[in-house]
Write a protein that binds this ligand. Structure first.
Ligand SMILES: *[C@@H]1O[C@H](CO)[C@@H](O)[C@H](O)[C@H]1NC(C)=O
Ligand SMILES: *[C@@H]1O[C@H](CO)[C@@H](O)[C@H](O)[C@H]1NC(C)=O
Ligand SMILES: *[C@@H]1O[C@H](CO)[C@@H](O)[C@H](O)[C@H]1NC(C)=O
Ligand SMILES: *[C@@H]1O[C@H](CO)[C@@H](O)[C@H](O)[C@H]1NC(C)=O
Length: 357
């Protein structure tokens, strides 16, 4: 974070807080080296907010290490051969860089304020424990060993904006919410490219801010979607999949109708002619005539969620209309009464004025 450095200099000039660090790197982090068990808390600078641990081997990074780092908000623990990461006792931690390790086990306490977690290039097969990180905004899980995933793991993360899952070994992604929609209100970017997904059912996804979805380089023949659950989508990576030609044709039309910028390379992506054994649609995407065709029944089943929701909305709207009509009926009845009374008063007045000599 080069931009933090001038800020830090400024802070140091104003507060005598940063002088505790004997070895500060040019990127602003206070460098701590040669951390070995048993951990001596004295090697960690007190009150330091940016710490970079280097030249150490730490198989288990847990509360015993987070406790002497209690003030740290931004921690860099790349390349320490960490196998197990226990997020506990890091109550100030805002950003954690723990990539390029060998982490295959991760756990997290509830209620941590962590907003950014970088865990790419590790050995993760299970990330379900991360559901405790309810404040997270950016979660980087690419280049791990994930084979299957339940997407409801991320549902408690109401602030999640960026989720990277590319270059894992994903074969299944379950929504995991039964028949209830999976609402991820802030998610803007989702990366799933370079996995082995044969299916992806987005029918229950409710991601109204999702702008970027990349499913390129998978094994997809079709998606069970008409994209209505992704109203903000601007970029959809589709290339390098064995798409069903009929399905792809319809999808490209739909994307065209949405005015996604289909001309700019890289948005939807391109399959080179040389690497395309089947047809190429719109000079861009490869598809195969004998690919698995989407099962209309499945498509229907996956859409029933949306249809139910629409029906519910319609029912809600009808109820509102009825309430309004009812109110209007009451009002016109009242108006009628009022008009009657006014007429009576008028009659009375005219009679009186006629009476007066
Ligand atoms: C860490 O260990 C290396 C290699 O033994 C040594 O060169 C370096 O000075 C040590 N660093 C600190 C801060 O003690
Ligand atoms: C870190 O350790 C490596 C060898 O493991 C050594 O070459 C390097 O000089 C060390 N760096 C520091 C800053 O001590
Ligand atoms: C952290 O891990 C170390 C090494 O495995 C272990 O000795 C220690 O008890 C652990 N600390 C906690 C708080 O679990
Ligand atoms: C489709 O046909 C081609 C050529 O006949 C073949 O190489 C390919 O494996 C087939 N693909 C599928 C999904 O059946």
């Amino acid at each position: 974070m080069w931009w933090k450095w001038p800020l830090l200099v400024f802070l140091c000039a104003s507060i005598a807080l940063c002088t505790d660090c004997p070895n500060r790197a040019s990127n602003g982090y206070c460098v701590v080296e040669n951390v070995t068990e048993p951990y001596n808390p004295a090697i960690f600078p007190p009150n330091e907010r940016l710490v970079w641990i280097r030249n150490s081997t730490i198989p288990v990074f847990n509360r015993s290490l987070f406790t002497p780092l209690a003030h740290v908000e931004n921690l860099m623990i790349h390349r320490l051969q960490i196998e197990q990461l226990e997020l506990a006792g890091c109550d100030k931690l805002d950003i954690l860089f723990a990539s390029y390790n060998a982490i295959d086990r991760v756990s997290a306490d509830e209620g941590l304020p962590l907003r950014q977690l970088h865990l790419y290039q590790n050995r993760l097969t299970d990330v379900s424990a991360l559901r405790a990180l309810t404040e997270i905004e950016q979660l980087y899980l690419h280049e791990n060993l994930l084979e299957s995933l339940r997407f409801d793991t991320f549902a408690p993360m109401r602030h999640l904006k960026i989720l990277t899952l590319q270059r894992n070994r994903l074969r299944t992604i379950a929504t995991g919410t039964g028949n209830k929609p999976l609402v991820m209100p802030r998610l803007e970017q989702l990366f799933l490219q370079f996995n082995q997904l044969p299916h992806l059912d987005t029918g229950l996804w409710r991601m109204e801010r999702l702008r970027v979805l990349d499913v390129s380089h998978n094994q997809l023949a079709y998606l069970l979607t008409f994209l209505e659950e992704l109203p903000a989508l601007r970029t959809l990576g589709l290339h390098h999949n064995p798409w069903h030609c009929g399905w792809l044709f319809g999808m490209l039309e739909r994307l065209g109708a949405r005015e996604l910028d289909t001309d700019a390379d890289g948005l939807i992506g391109i399959d080179e002619e040389a690497s395309c054994p089947g047809l190429r649609l719109e000079d861009r995407l490869c598809c195969s005539e004998n690919a698995t065709s989407p099962d209309p029944v499945l498509l229907l089943v996956s859409r029933t969620g949306i249809v139910d929701e629409l029906q519910q909305q319609v029912r809600g709207a009808k109820r509102r209309v009825e309430t309004l009509e009812e109110a209007q009926r009451k009002q016109s009845h009242q108006f009628g009464e009022l008009a009657g009374r006014l007429a009576a008063i008028e009659r009375l007045c005219t009679e009186r004025s006629n009476d007066t000599p």
